[in-house]
Design a protein around this ligand. Sequence first.
Ligand SMILES: Nc1ncnc2c1ncn2[C@@H]1O[C@H](COP(=O)(O)OP(=O)(O)O)[C@@H](O)[C@H]1O
Ligand SMILES: [Mg+2]
Length: 202
Amino acid sequence: MSKYQLDSSPIYIDGTDIPKNKLNITDSELIHEIEQNLLTQAYEQFSVQVNINTVFDEEYFVNLHKKTLESLYDFAGLYRNVNMSKGDSQFCLAEYLQNESARIFNALKDDNYLSNILDKKEFATKLAYYQGELIALHPFYEVNGRILRLFFDMLCIYNDYSIIDYTDSIANGKYIQASIECVQYADTGKLEKIIFNGLIKR
Ligand SMILES: Nc1ncnc2c1ncn2[C@@H]1O[C@H](COP(=O)(O)OP(=O)(O)O)[C@@H](O)[C@H]1O
Ligand SMILES: [Mg+2]
């Protein structure tokens, strides 16, 4: 099974699992290596910019995708206009993306970007709620998971937590299982556990 799922998405090179890209790369390993380098650079760049005036709104989120990936992909920072699913999970329908995204980010604003929450357990509950919402939104054609984790990692820094290490839960399938339960049953319990275990106060 290929890493990328083709869905009905127009972004892939015909007959491959490789997104069309500005470097005309057709090698799957190489594209992943470049993506990982761009993500590493983004973590370095954005983490030092987080401060008390940082606003974690939709624009910030979209900008993370755009700035991280625009050297490689034309779809950087653009919401998809096709419906997408993975396995049995149907993500937000394309026609509702704008409204749903606005709803989620307005709620996060009303929650003061989680800055009023002192209890770690409560912080994990809220972070899992919003992360589950963005997992189900799946607004971009590709690299949704990594960019939304980058977003919440920056939100962690803002709230005096270290970034969360998801490596193990991604490698052992627990993150995908947690995502499935978010998307299909609106159950954030497993995701909350992953987040709670990864949260470290700075
Ligand atoms: N079967 C599934 N059901 C629900 N969510 C899923 C499923 N498979 C993957 N996901 C979610 O989609 C994300 C991957 O989306 P994708 O756009 O490919 O991002 P990335 O390339 O950064 O991994 C995963 O991190 C997970 O949260
Ligand atoms: Mg992917």
